[in-house]
Ligand binder design. Structure first.
Ligand SMILES: [Zn+2]
Length: 289
């Protein structure tokens, strides 16, 4: 049986109708299309990689909100001695639920600082305990390896025009921009704790619930084009007690969960969920003292 203290690898189920992460989607278009790749050909069967940076920022912000809900402050993602263009805004953040990055530890080192610092690490060569992987996506569902933290997703390059408002110009474009987008993203995000701690799981589980509940809040959408409905993420922590075959079953539309999976869900909800949430509360209370 899986012990909560042994869990290092977890998967977050992610569903997003439209995701825009600027120009930072890495596609494998050259493999997929040979010489005849056309940006706007709907037949393109290209996959790619969504880098972990926007995903990480999105998750971190959710975790910070959970820490703040516990009445504590969270490590700001930016160092206090950085050359901010908007130093006054940084100062305002510090009055609003944040402390200076690393201020929670006298001498930044491992196993020190607040839970956010512990997970995300920071400066002075202190590594974070949470490894956030990129998500590899493919439009071909059968080739998606969910157990490796992959997703089904359909890449398009979208062209946007800002056009003239003068009638005589017949909507002549004044400016043209192309953005990379992935639509109908559905799959897993694989996260690894370099060192397992129950409070880490507690923070992750609570933050994912929080992000799902706030998925249309401008601050908690993922990536760009938020006013156009992009980055609304439905997310769910997949039961960490599942085996890989059970995880795959979630994404198989032809199959339902097994009674063993239902048992594990029951076990997770009635035993472990309290355990990890209590561990989180104890950790945050300890930091507040
Ligand atoms: Zn901190």
């Amino acid at each position: 049986m899986t012990e909560i203290h042994d869990i290092t690898d977890v998967y977050v189920r992610i569903e997003c109708d439209l995701l825009v992460v600027g120009d930072s989607i890495m596609t494998d278009r050259h493999h997929a299309a040979g010489d005849n790749y056309e940006d706007d050909d709907p037949q393109n069967q290209i996959g790619g990689i969504i880098p972990a940076y926007p995903l990480s920022g999105w998750l971190r912000h959710g975790m910070e909100s959970v820490v703040q809900q516990h009445g504590a402050t969270a490590c700001h993602p930016g160092e206090s001695n950085a050359d901010f263009r908007k130093a006054d805004v940084y100062e305002r953040d510090l009055e609003d639920g944040y402390h200076e990055k690393g201020a929670c530890t006298d001498e930044p080192k491992e196993d020190d600082g607040c839970v956010i610092f512990d997970l995300f690490g920071g400066f002075n060569g202190v590594p974070g305990k949470l490894m956030r992987r990129p998500i590899k996506f493919s439009p071909v569902r059968s080739s998606v390896k969910y157990g490796r933290g992959q997703a089904e997703g359909h890449y398009r390059r979208l062209n946007r025009n800002v056009v003239s408002r003068n009638e005589a110009d017949n909507r002549e474009p004044l400016r043209n921009t192309a953005v990379d987008a992935v639509s109908n993203l559905e799959g897993c995000w694989h996260l690894s704790f370099r060192e397992p701690k129950p409070e880490f799981l507690g923070l992750l589980a609570t933050a994912i619930d929080y992000l799902n509940a706030h998925n249309t809040d401008f601050m908690h959408q993922l990536g760009g084009s938020r006013n156009f409905g992009a980055g609304i993420v439905y997310c769910d922590l997949i039961n960490p007690l599942y085996e890989e075959c059970e995880l795959k079953r979630i994404f198989d539309r032809g199959k339902r969960s097994t009674s063993k999976m239902d048992e594990k869900d029951e076990q997770w909800e009635s035993n472990h969920r309290h355990e990890i949430e209590d561990a989180l509360a104890a950790r945050i209370d300890g930091e507040n003292e």
